[in-house]
Design a protein around this ligand. Structure first.
Ligand code: FAD
Length: 534
């Protein structure tokens, strides 16, 4: 124990990080004991609070994230000491957290919720921008406002939303995969987005029409008249219903490697000023683009998608002149793209290096057990910074998402509180059971303006392709539903549009009911599947 005069304060619980994981952890402890002695240290001047939480199913919650000043959080939770500071050291033996400003705080239990940082390709280059927090989005908006053409690198949720939200600029979207948004959805859903939102005008096929490369397994166009087929990847596919597909599109060859689209719908700009914050800001949530004006110099937006392409180098254009691009990016096929700006949305790395004594892997994060405990006594971790190192249930896996940051934060809070209680009352000790939310992966988000629900092994993650069977229903501009089955038991689902089927399919994943007797009727639009399984 540190001498009294050396310590700034003593707390039962300390939480490092004011993102969604840290705040959820604090809120959960307060649920148990509104008077609990808690310290929250955050390097960001704002905290992220989940509001308007709506339960959509057993494991699926929709909510809005609000950024609130640290002070207002303190006003609401008066028993919490909120410190705006950067943690420089955590000394687990002494149970001390030390800030850069030299303050020392003693704790009994601490939770590391320090989040993750973007892996910006070509860091330090003037013409490269990464998206991470409110400040980086504000910078991005400023740079976009002067841009006519942007090279976008990355194929996750952020890149997908960027393509949808940005207006008035040409986007060259270079992706490593064979289909857009591959981190989240399958090629069929990607094609649904393209056909619903990107193909209205000018779907041109420029020079490079190399061999078709979008996987055909889930291409909705392909399934118009198919009752059952086997995809190139060996997954059996049955299309129950596809409607309103362009006859034009169905008769065309499969998509080429290189395609050009013009977005027809240009969204109105919100034009609000974004908030200024320091360089350790929290990761953004799904509405990261809502408060900024992401509009470039052009009247329209052209999107060119380059499949299976990576950027291998960039250089500043030595030549100057009105029609010269300031930056030249070289792709893995040797082609060079000239543009005003390169936007890097290429994933994140957990901020775990400060906490080296906790068992960790640099790309995975700090390992936690099934009670969110790290390898170090009284040190817990939650959210993007951690790696859940327990045997996962068959239908759950980690994705660094806002939903999971909240689930882990809440669960860590519960675990810390119970552990502290158990130490006070060892004769009455309570064991913690793994929270039910870790039974089935679930996530709700919006892509291209559509509600997107992902359940279980929605892309057949880890399943034997030979045993998988896909059922697909697709109605252009309305919905795309894909079910992943193994031995006629539901393993995962992608639901795009307002299908209202999330609860039903989540139950079927959790219960592992044999669905062979329903067969393709599972997605028959004339059968009310919800009533069937009520
Ligand atoms: P963070 O929110 O990153 O919070 C980390 C906190 O730790 C911050 O408060 C930071 O200031 C603090 N901190 C870090 N180091 C220190 C230190 N040394 N001392 C003190 N404090 C420290 N997820 C979705 O589910 N849906 C989406 O649509 C979605 N869109 C996204 C869009 C963008 C542009 C980005 C960047 C992410 C998006 N995410 C999305 C991911 C989601 O934002 C993160 O998974 C989630 O915010 C992680 O929460 P966290 O609390 O673990 O970490």
């Amino acid at each position: 124990m540190e001498p009294e005069e050396c310590v700034t304060g003593r707390y039962t619980f300390a939480v490092i990080g004011g993102g969604i994981a840290g705040v959820s952890c604090v809120e959960q402890i307060l649920e148990f004991d509104p008077e609990a002695s808690i310290l929250l240290i955050s390097s960001s001047p704002v905290v992220k609070v989940a509001t308007q939480v709506t339960r959509l199913s057993k494991t699926l919650e929709d909510f809005i994230v609000l950024e609130k000043p640290l002070k207002s959080f303190k006003d609401v939770h008066q028993s919490v000491r909120v410190v705006h500071g950067v943690v420089a050291e955590l000394l687990p033996e002494q149970h001390l957290v030390i800030t850069k400003a030299g303050e020392k705080f003693q704790y009994k239990k601490v939770c590391i919720c320090a989040g993750a940082s973007p892996k910006v390709l070509f860091p330090g280059w003037e013409h490269v921008v990464g998206i991470r927090d409110t400040e980086s989005v504000a910078q991005l908006a400023q740079r976009i406002s002067k841009a006519r053409k942007v090279l976008l690198l990355g194929n996750g949720g952020i890149a997908t939303e960027f393509v949808h939200e940005v207006t008035g600029v040409d986007i060259v979207w270079a992706i490593k995969d064979k289909s857009i948004s591959a981190h989240f959805v399958d090629p069929g859903a990607a094609e649904f987005f393209i056909q619903s939102k990107l193909s209205n005008i000018n779907a041109s096929q420029p020079g490079d029409t190399a061999s078709p490369n979008i996987s055909t397994s889930c291409d909705p166009c392909e399934h118009v008249s198919t009752s059952a087929s086997t995809s190139g990847e060996g997954v059996a596919v049955t299309s129950v219903q596809t409607t309103e597909l362009d006859s034009d599109t169905t008769s065309k060859n499969l998509p080429s490697k290189r395609r050009k689209y013009t977005i027809s719908s240009i969204l109105p700009d919100s034009g609000k000023e974004s908030q200024k914050q320091d360089s350790f800001g929290s990761a953004l949530g799904p509405d990261w683009h809502q408060n900024v004006n992401l509009k470039g110099q052009n009247l329209l937006k052209n999107v060119e998608i380059l499949y299976e392409k990576e950027c291998v180098g960039i250089r500043t254009n030595e030549s100057t002149g009105a029609d010269m691009w300031p930056v030249l990016a070289e792709l893995n096929d040797g082609s060079v793209i000239g543009c005003d700006l390169v936007v890097s949305a290429t994933g994140v790395s957990p901020n775990c290096s400060l906490f080296k004594y906790c068992e960790q892997e640099i790309e995975k994060g700090i390992f936690t057990d099934d009670a969110m405990r790290t390898s170090v006594k009284d040190v817990y971790a939650a959210g993007d910074v951690c790696f859940p190192n327990w045997t996962w249930s068959k239908h759950w896996f980690q994705m660094r998402l806002w939903t999971q940051a909240r689930q882990m934060g809440l669960y860590a809070g519960k675990s810390m509180f119970l552990s502290a209680q158990n130490e006070l009352n060892p004769d009455d000790a309570t064991e913690i059971d793994l929270d039910f939310c870790f039974e089935c992966f679930s996530h709700v988000t919006r892509f291209f303006g559509f509600k997107v629900v992902l359940l279980g092994l929605f892309n057949g993650q880890g399943l034997d392709k030979a045993k998988q069977h896909l059922l697909i229903r697709c109605t252009k501009n309305l919905e795309y539903i894909k079910l992943v089955l193994e031995d006629w038991r539901l393993q995962g689902a992608i639901l795009i549009g307002d299908t209202g089927l999330e609860e039903t399919f989540e139950n079927l994943i959790l219960n592992q009911v044999d669905l062979s007797s329903y067969g393709e009727d599972l997605l028959n639009p004339d059968i009310d599947i919800e009533d069937y399984f009520d």
